[in-house]
Design a protein around this ligand. Structure first.
Ligand code: URA
Length: 365
């Protein structure tokens, strides 16, 4: 490697040992008008000064260097003063990248604006995902606090790469009802709490209407990281796949073991899949409390996900589905009341009105 430089002061000999250390495994020469130094990989040799024409005209690496320089130039970190303090303009004539500096500075502001407006670039999942060999943390979790702490370091599937954080369940640690959603949404991902976004508001309203106290329940998700596709500045929800749900099931099972709910409510197909290990047709299974086959788990009530209600385009359908959602959810307190022996058994009176009542319709939105 041959460098031509015209220093303002007699610095070449003083700086040469630095370059010998910095580029120890290269063979290089620094040519200057006053003195030249050569490094052969083992020793420094000092020679007479040289002329510009002694250095080769053609530099095969120059294009590569310029490409590199332009691509690492960060327009939003532009500090012209610092740049020129480090490399005063009078030296630019010998810098191959000098021809790039002025256009890069001139376009920095516009490029910076483009970067702000552009979609975030995400790490390629394959590049950052380290699959775990084991099936989860070695030991079962001692508390729900441990579950939350463990989730922060969860690398069981690639979703942690792009999500802001894992969103653990929350609520009463001995809740009689566990409500399981699909996965955190955009807002939940940012806040680190389940059901705080638009779907959460629908759910809160429904729980209040049917007499389920959110704070006395355990709210969680089948998958604890937000899965999304960036589109412009927005992050568009993507449903988790079976493998992701399967990997996250370990956490859900731990929550279930620790909370010991008497009833589990699955909101939508992903939650139902996580709880049963099978594809569940929500439209057919909804509104009826059933045992979970083959599992030592509490009975399951399946209903739609509240975001389904938000997506319905027409008002009449919204009203109808809101009523059905409430009717489904009402099964939960009715079941717990019956369990507690507070109401007569089935056939001797209905625990609560169930269904699409006039009151439900009136406040659908
Ligand atoms: N949807 C879910 O399933 N869970 C949340 O926490 C929020 C939205």
């Amino acid at each position: 490697f041959i460098a031509w430089h015209e220093p303002e002061h007699h610095v070449t000999l003083a700086a040469a040992p630095f370059f010998a250390r910095r580029f120890a495994n290269m063979r290089w020469s620094i040519l200057t008008p006053g003195v030249s130094v050569h490094w052969d990989g083992a020793a420094l040799a000092v020679a007479d000064g040289a002329r510009r024409s002694d250095a080769p005209d053609e530099d095969r690496l120059e294009e590569v260097w310029k490409t590199y320089y332009a691509s690492i130039f960060n327009p939003s970190r532009l500090k012209v003063k610092a740049m020129t303090a480090e490399m005063p303009r009078k030296f630019w004539r010998n810098l191959p990248e000098a021809e790039l500096i002025v256009p890069l500075i001139r376009t920095a502001e516009a490029r910076s604006r483009e970067m702000v407006a552009a979609a975030p670039t995400l790490p390629r999942a394959a590049a950052t995902f380290t699959p775990r060999q084991d099936d989860g943390p070695a030991a079962a979790m001692a508390s729900l606090g441990d579950v939350a702490a463990g989730l922060r370091g969860c690398r069981r599937c690639p979703l942690h790469c792009a999500a802001t954080q894992a969103v653990p369940g929350e609520g009463a640690p001995d809740a009689p009802i566990m409500i399981v959603g699909e996965q955190p949404g955009d807002q939940e991902d940012l806040e680190g709490r389940p059901f705080v976004g638009p779907a959460g508001q629908v759910l809160d309203k429904a729980l209040e209407r049917v007499g389920i106290d959110r704070r006395a329940s355990w709210l969680t998700n089948a998958v604890k990281h937000f899965k999304f596709e960036p589109r412009g500045k927005r992050r568009i929800h993507q449903s988790p796949n079976r493998a992701e749900i399967g990997q996250c099931r370990w956490w859900l099972a731990e929550e279930m073991r620790l909370v010991k709910p008497r009833l589990v409510v699955a909101l939508g197909a992903s939650a139902a899949f996580a709880l049963t290990g099978r594809a569940v047709a929500v439209g057919e299974a909804r509104g009826v409390i059933r045992p979970i086959a083959g599992e030592e788990l509490p009975p399951l009530l399946v209903t739609v996900h509240p975001s389904y209600l938000l997506r319905l385009p027409d008002r009449a359908r919204k009203v109808e589905e809101w009523g059905r959602f409430l009717a489904d959810l009402r099964q939960a307190p009715a079941f717990l009341d019956a369990l507690a022996g507070e109401v007569p058994a089935a056939g001797q009176g209905s625990p609560r009105p169930v269904g699409n009542t006039q009151r439900d319709r009136a406040t659908a939105d």
